[in-house]
Design a protein around this ligand. Structure first.
Ligand code: NAP
Length: 248
């Protein structure tokens, strides 16, 4: 196990599945104490066991992230468990797709609450403390459809476009105090959450230079790079991790 992040506590939201699970494992492998959150306690326990069996340190915190109060409660629990939070990965997200006219006001509110409001209030809770300690790293998980205008992706893509602007605004706000804020922009990635898309995911991926869907570990590797000191001069960046899809 590497020691790059030893002494650090990393909060990974949505760490029970897909990209978040792989990120929790990757950060624990760098020596971080990982606090992973999600709603599904069974899946949370499984990720914690996998990390501990590999010699890492992890705890699960159950959190249904539905508003600013639930974001604050998660930050409080993460501090209790980890002592302090040095790294925040805003990964938990939902991605309903479909024609604009088919989506309801409830869909709109759910997407913007999970994808924008909760990350906003988690950063509001945790970044000032990182700034007071003079160091910290935040990575927001966006998507290639925050940049590409694609049919059926208006609601989801617009929520993540907001996250990308927040990434830059937070880099400006907290960067001078030693807190680096960046984002990854994944392409289609095989996860529990994208299983419903079936072959559609492969079709989406086939248009890019890599011509294939990503494994969650490939996105996690980029997140792990961005939070570690080797990325010390990278701030406010949106890193495409999409097999080149945004480039062509
Ligand atoms: P996933 O397999 O569906 O996992 C989503 C995670 O978010 C789960 O751990 C889930 O936890 C958590 N979550 C969702 N709603 C929540 C809520 N209300 N409260 C608390 N936790 C909640 O998703 P994924 O494919 O790994 O995607 C992860 C992130 O990457 C998302 O932000 C997504 O937009 C982004 N992304 C994914 C892809 C892709 O192709 N997979 C591409 C680009 C970007 P529980 O189920 O335990 O509650």
């Amino acid at each position: 196990m590497s020691t790059e992040l030893s002494g650090s506590t990393a909060l990974v939201t949505g760490g029970t599945s897909g990209i978040g699970r792989a990120t929790a494992i990757a950060l624990a492998g760098l020596g971080a104490h990982v606090v992973l959150s999600g709603r599904d306690a069974g899946r949370g326990a499984e990720v914690v066991s996998a990390i501990r069996e590999a010699g890492g340190k992890a705890d699960f915190v159950a959190a249904d992230l539905t508003d600013a109060a639930s974001a604050k409660a998660l930050a409080d629990r993460a501090r209790e468990v980890g002592g302090h939070v040095d790294v925040l990965v805003n990964n938990a997200g939902i991605f309903p797709t479909g024609p604009t006219a088919s989506l309801t006001e409830a869909d709109f509110d759910r997407v913007y609450t999970t994808n924008v409001k909760v990350p906003f209030f988690l950063v509001a809770e945790l970044a000032p403390e990182m700034a007071a300690r003079g160091h910290g790293a935040i990575v927001n998980v966006s998507t290639m459809v925050a940049t590409r205008g694609m049919t059926g992706m208006a609601l989801y893509g617009s929520s993540k476009a907001s996250v990308e602007l927040l990434t830059k605004a937070w880099a400006a706000e907290f960067g001078p105090s030693g807190v680096r804020v960046n984002a990854v922009s994944p392409g289609p990635t095989r996860t529990e959450g994208t299983a419903v898309f079936g072959d559609g995911l492969d079709e989406l991926a086939s248009a890019g230079p890599a011509g294939r869907v990503a494994a969650p570990s490939e996105i996690a590797a980029a997140i792990a790079f961005l939070v570690a000191d080797k990325a010390s001069f990278i701030q406010g960046a949106i890193l495409p991790v999409d097999g080149g899809r945004l480039a062509v």
